[in-house]
Design a protein around this ligand. Sequence first.
Ligand SMILES: Cc1ncc(CN)c(N)n1
Length: 207
Amino acid sequence: MDFHEYLLTQSQTELASILQLPFIDGLRSGELSQISRDYYVAQDEYYVARFMDLSLQVEQLLPPNLRSSIVADTDESDAHLGLAPSNRFKQIEIADHNLAYLAHIEDTVSSRDPLQGLLALLPCTESYHLIGKALLNDHSSERYSAWMKYYVADAYQAGVQWIWQTIDQLVPSFKQVDSDVLASYEAIYQKSYAFEYDFWAHAFLKE
Ligand SMILES: Cc1ncc(CN)c(N)n1
């Protein structure tokens, strides 16, 4: 088992909980209020812009042979269009849960250890791909299928493959990693997953 596969076993419960959240259910059923979609898009436009910047910083910390701008090359505003936000989203304030998530990634990146940085970025990158796949297999309305398709399309998937492969190259045999060190890696990764959960949980708003 590669390191990224091991990590996926550690995030299964969190991912399963995310898939049960009401916003995700609304993506499945095609029923999400305008205010909910506007709120999500407002938070995510801000999040993605900062995330891309942090990804570039991590990339610069990697040895040159492992660098790739593949993750930073994606443009998630295309996915946001799939949620048909109204112009009102631009007036929505950036929320604390969003800033707290970004602060966690930023703190981790400031350690200047590329592996730790990648572990903080990984839940963001992989979870949307896994959520998109799960929703495309199980949705009752086509209304938000453009959003789902964005995250399973080749361009996004290439970024997921790159981060998985890079983590596996940085940790070729995770069973040989000291247990305290491994626990500290998992803590970074799981903290990002917990923030992913919060992000979805806060996005569900009734009209
Ligand atoms: C909060 C969050 N997490 C993940 C993604 C997918 N890159 C996103 N757009 N926003």
